[in-house]
Design a protein around this ligand. Structure first.
Ligand SMILES: [Zn+2]
Length: 286
């Protein structure tokens, strides 16, 4: 039996199981580190009483994160910078694997979802933030500390006067195209755009296609899986796909000889990619 944690900015999803077979799970609100991690640990202690000690534990977490130590970096989430999210779980005595939330989702999709048998494969989420994880040569792509695909610099469209949400960059993908950027630009959230729907999709698809084109140029993936709440806007995935292939203009690599509909795809695991990925990581760590 394995333990998995998908650690997000609003909630921690804890799961007990193996791959897609989840026997118990708990959703814990992200409040203070002590409260959230304490509730997660208590859940796993009860699970260990029922199912036995875990063979491994996987954590797919928000960042920035030092993947060697498990210490959270400079996040705006109050109380979390400097928190070690591995330490509370060392008492289980099992191997612990840790990756970013998006890399965890990429691992889940690569093993059980839309990325099975496809390598390199990228998972990109477009929601409260934008981030991406990649599996290259069967291994999660790391760096120092990890890729930040949401901060690819893109060109602001000349008619877009919204200043962006990123405190670091004037015009990065996340700053111009994340959920809060849509809400602030149009004065309404992505699921309620009303009369602005077509214009919003047109702009959003352009920005996403710019960012994805950069990912294609650098990683030459065979498939890109795009998830997150913003991608639930009807027609956005199709518009992004069309814009992406226009920009790539049949070059480079896979984009030239792959059917667009099988190159840019929705997640096979829906919103469960990260949790499944954490359980896959747990199994791989043991
Ligand atoms: Zn940025």
């Amino acid at each position: 039996m394995f333990f998995g944690i998908e650690a997000g900015g609003t909630k921690f999803n804890c799961a007990v199981g193996h791959g897609t077979e989840i026997v118990e799970e708990l959703r814990v609100p992200t409040t203070s580190p002590a409260e959230t991690l304490g509730t997660c640990k208590a859940f796993f202690e009860r699970a260990a009483d029922r199912h036995g000690q875990p063979e491994g534990l996987g954590i797919a977490t928000f960042g920035p994160i030092d993947l060697e130590s498990g210490t959270i970096g400079a996040t705006p989430k109050r109380g979390w910078p400097g928190t070690n999210i591995v330490a509370p779980f060392k008492s289980f005595g099992c191997p612990i694997a840790i990756e970013t939330d998006v890399t965890g989702a990429a691992i889940g999709e690569a093993n059980h979802g839309a990325g099975v048998g496809v390598d390199p494969v990228v998972y990109l989420t477009v929601g409260t933030g934008i981030g991406g994880g990649a599996i290259v040569g069967g291994r999660p792509l790391r760096g120092d500390p990890h890729p930040e695909m949401g901060h690819i610099l893109i060109s602001r469209r000349i008619d877009d006067v919204f200043e962006g949400t990123c405190p670091h960059h004037d015009s990065c993908l996340e700053g111009l195209a994340c959920g809060p950027a849509i809400s602030q630009r149009w004065g309404k959230p992505s699921h309620a755009l009303g009369d602005d729907l077509d214009a919003a999709i047109d702009l959003e698809a352009d920005y996403l296609a710019q960012g994805i084109a950069a990912i294609v140029a650098v990683l030459a993936p065979r498939r890109i899986i795009v998830g997150g709440g913003v991608m639930e806007v009807p027609g956005l995935l199709e518009a992004t796909r069309e814009r992406l292939f226009q920009k790539l203009n049949r070059y480079p690599g896979a984009a030239a000889h792959t059917d667009p509909a099988s190159f840019l795809v929705p997640p096979g695991l829906g919103g469960r990619a990260g949790m499944v990925g954490a359980l896959v990581m747990a199994a791989g760590s043991s």
